[in-house]
Ligand binder design. Structure first.
Ligand code: S3P
Length: 421
């Protein structure tokens, strides 16, 4: 696909429903004891896989123009079942947790080439401690992964070693079906979608801070209440256009109805202190970003919780005049592709200089829009493909390989991009 250059990023953009919330409201509704209505669900393939997954586990769903209806009662069919989660790491990890708590029974999980290679030991380790059994491929429990859920799962007290909202979520979803209380402790605050949405569904979950400041979540086993959900817009998809608005001369982008969770907005702090003009509504759900200056930055991975916005911040680093540094971003190696290498490659293809030193990434920017027109793309990485398209549209264009990768999270991405010429 040809992406043209010289876009004007001025206007209001609509982005899909939040992917994190979407996976979780589907699972909470599927684990509930009634009928839930969900509006503004993400229209990406990842979330469609989660919906198809709960259907294969006995949940009936129906979709019309106003949203999706999901009936509770998720159960593991006799004789087992195989679920294909495609490209979706979040859907997979959360669903493995949900399944582990609904035993007895067994489910086999598969996925695409990228998902097959991603480490699942980060969830199988705590879930094994709770009493579930796993048979995955290789040391890191890759796909195909057979999950055998016991009749009785025991709650645990678990310190999440690498900050991860997916791991926290998997344990809490499993904990709903346990016979005792589950406690999860995280040193770095990760996104709060699981605990917030479970609380909204009437589940007894409390949050405290221990003496070191770590967040401790305590969950009682229980059945979520069915209810009406309205999913907020996804900050990580908004990031592509908000950052583009700040990079484009006279750019100004406004996006409404966004998720408020502070753990999602680290990227906005980074560009604000690097020269972007940012206006936030009082409730934090409407953001407007306009062009100011484009200074290089230094950020620690803990500021970009989950690291989903590193690809679009790399675009900023490419266009800044000077050296930008991402510190402690080694976890990028375990995303849809090795995003540490991919970000460095993208920067280089657009004319910047990039180097990786251990878990740090340094980019010397070109101080303006790129003039290169590379052929670029990653077959299994929606965020790298979108970041590449944004870089090209601010510069001289590119040939985009695997444009279809955006379908996993943002099927209308190119329409939104085309509307901003
Ligand atoms: C997500 C958590 C993050 C993020 C992913 C969505 C979630 O992953 O990268 O896109 O919804 O829980 P980690 O849990 O690996 O940080």
């Amino acid at each position: 696909m040809r992406i043209s250059g010289d876009h004007q990023f001025i206007g209001q953009v609509d982005v899909p429903g939040d992917k994190s919330e979407s996976h979780r409201v589907i699972l909470i509704s599927a684990l509930s004891d009634g009928i839930s209505r969900i509006s503004d669900l993400s229209n990406g393939e990842d979330v469609a896989r989660t919906l198809a997954g709960v259907e294969a586990l006995g949940v009936s769903t129906s979709t019309d123009t106003s949203g999706v209806t999901v009936s509770g009662g998720l159960h593991l069919p006799h004789g087992g079942v195989t679920l294909d989660l495609g490209n979706s790491g979040t859907g997979l990890r959360l669903m493995v947790g949900a399944v582990a708590g609904r035993g007895p029974g067994s489910v086999t999980f598969t996925g695409d080439e990228s998902l097959t290679l991603r480490p699942m030991d980060r969830i199988t380790s705590p879930l094994s401690q709770m009493g579930a059994h796993f048979r995955g491929s290789g040391e890191r429990q890759g796909l195909p992964l057979v999950v055998t859920a016991p009749t009785e799962l025991t709650g645990i007290s678990y310190d999440v070693p690498v900050p991860s909202a997916q791991v926290k979520g998997a344990i809490l979803f499993a904990g709903l079906g346990a016979t005792s209380v589950t406690t999860v402790r995280e040193k770095v605050d990760t996104r709060q979608a699981t605990e917030e949405l479970l609380g909204n569904a009437g589940v007894a979950i409390t949050e405290t801070r221990d003496s070191s400041g770590a967040r401790v979540l305590t969950l009682e086993p229980g059945v979520p209440q069915a209810r009406e959900w309205s999913v907020s817009r996804d900050p990580s998809q908004a990031a592509f256009f908000l950052v583009a608005g700040a990079l484009s001369p006279s750019g100004c982008i406004r996006i409404e109805n966004l998720v408020r969770d502070p753990a999602r907005w680290g990227f906005l702090d980074v560009i604000e202190r690097s020269g972007a003009r940012v206006v936030r509504s009082d409730d934090g759900r409407v953001i407007e970003v306009s062009h100011g200056t484009v200074l290089p930055f230094t950020t620690d991975g803990a500021e970009i919780v989950g690291l989903d916005e590193v690809p679009i911040l790399t675009v900023w680093a490419i266009m800044a005049n000077g050296t930008s540094t991402f510190i402690n971003v080694g976890e990028l190696r375990h995303k849809e592709v090795d995003r540490l290498a991919a970000c460095a490659e993208m920067a280089t293809l657009f004319g910047a200089t990039a180097s990786i030193d251990g878990d740090n990434l340094q980019i010397v920017g070109i101080g303006g829009p790129p003039s290169q027109q590379p052929s670029i793309g990653w077959r299994h990485d929606h965020r790298m493909v979108m970041a590449s398209a944004i870089t090209a549209s601010l510069g001289a264009g590119c040939h985009l390989e695997h444009p279809e990768a955006v379908n996993s999270s943002f099927p209308t991405f190119y329409d939104a991009l085309d509307s901003l010429r």
